[in-house]
Design a protein around this ligand. Structure first.
Ligand SMILES: C[S@@+](CC[C@H](N)C(=O)[O-])C[C@H]1O[C@@H](n2cnc3c(N)ncnc32)[C@H](O)[C@@H]1O
Length: 361
């Protein structure tokens, strides 16, 4: 059997970025993060990976194994448009970016990717002085490629824009707004809608039915309703007042444009956020029925996890919904990381799987 290509994941979070590589057949040999729920979640779902809880600023290159691919998504808080209206501290955000680049220079992987919000383009210099990333030599670390991708174009049921900086081959787009022929003669599938995810799941307010099965909207894995995690309850229901405030934010904002309220289920979802505010313009709002009453709600943790392309049996470790939403909302959608992983396999001359290889255990 051909040797598997290996991956090291910095800022590994719950493991979304790694998940796509795993689905493409890579061996994720090492993952690190400084947040306990992230490390525990990663470990639970990837028992064969060496998983280390540490601040990246305290790690040294000699602590990390060499790998074919290094991936990492430094926190985007300081670069994201939602931070104090876009007024984040770029200098602070770049400390962790620089440390990641220090590891890229030390480990010298054949391929590497740094994932972040597109706004990092405004904060990041064209090239980094070696001295500024902690490398004791003259000259600059060049970033060979920077490109923004929409995860919906790679089969995710979510329109999430993410910047990939690094050294990686071109990705092959598989989906588009309407099913059509690409310039290269490939047929694109139509974007996957949010409805496809929401309607794959039973009513979260009703509780599980004995004997019924749920089919994973992304991968077709079957799970008994009674074994479905992070879906049932009422933590996602908005009060009438919250829903009304949200409606106003979206439809009557004094200077931002009008937005749909509730969300349009026939398109990929808006970006899944790490913090689920009730009255923000970024909040996803789903219209549902509770008995005879119409209510508004956010996605359940499980629905949000499917929008992020986690398999239905992926487990999140956290003592409350806020922690689990954060683990999910921080992630790279696995369908997007699968696309880059597949492109790497092809460049390496290794046959790549047509569809994701998922563990159903
Ligand atoms: C955007 S999330 C990464 C998500 C991950 N790539 C995924 O796809 O699931 C950023 C992660 O960086 C971690 N982090 C923040 N500061 C850190 C530090 N100083 N050292 C190590 N990890 C850190 C956070 O705990 C968080 O899990």
């Amino acid at each position: 059997m051909a040797k598997k290509l290996t991956v090291v994941d910095f800022f590994a979070g719950a493991g979304g970025f790694s998940e796509g590589f795993k689905q493409a057949g890579f061996d994720v040999i090492y993952a690190t993060d400084n947040w306990s729920p992230a490390i525990e979640t990663f470990k639970l779902n990837n028992p064969d990976t060496e998983t280390v809880k540490a601040d990246i600023l305290s790690l040294e290159a000699s602590d990390i194994p060499k790998a074919d691919v290094v991936i990492g998504g430094p926190p985007c808080t300081e670069f994201s448009g939602s931070k104090r209206g876009g007024g984040g501290d770029f200098k602070k955000g770049l400390i962790l970016v620089s440390r990641y680049l220090y590891f890229i220079d030390s480990l010298k992987p054949r391929w590497w990717i740094m994932e972040n919000v597109p706004r990092l383009l405004q904060a990041m210099p064209q090239r980094f002085k070696y001295k500024d990333i902690g490398v004791d030599k003259e000259g600059y670390l060049e970033i060979p490629k920077k490109q923004v991708f929409n995860s919906a174009d790679y089969g995710a049921p979510q329109k999430r824009l993410r910047l990939f900086s690094g050294r990686y081959p071109s990705l092959i787009q598989t989906h588009s707004e309407s099913s059509m022929m690409s310039l290269t003669g490939n047929r694109y599938h139509r974007w996957v809608s949010m409805r496809h995810v929401i309607e794959s799941y039973p009513d979260p307010l009703k509780g599980p039915s004995e004997g019924s099965v749920v089919i994973d909207p992304n991968y077709g894995i079957k799970v008994k309703e009674t074994e479905l995690l992070d879906h049932f309850g009422d933590y996602f229901v908005m009060s009438k007042e919250e829903a009304e405030r949200n409606r106003k934010q979206k439809t009557q904002h004094p200077y931002y444009g009008k937005m749909k309220f509730p969300d349009d289920l026939d398109r990929p979802s808006r970006t899944v956020m790490a913090t689920q505010f009730n009255a923000s313009r970024e909040t996803m709002v789903i219209e549902s029925k509770k008995g005879n009453e119409m209510i508004y709600r956010k996605p359940t943790i499980r629905e949000a996890a499917s929008l992020q392309c986690y398999p239905i049996n992926y487990k999140f470790v956290g003592s409350n919904p806020t922690t689990k939403y954060k683990l999910v909302g921080n992630s790279v959608p696995a369908k997007l990381s699968f696309a880059v992983a597949k492109a790497i396999l092809e460049e390496a001359g290794i046959k790549s799987p047509q569809t994701a290889m998922i563990s159903t255990a």
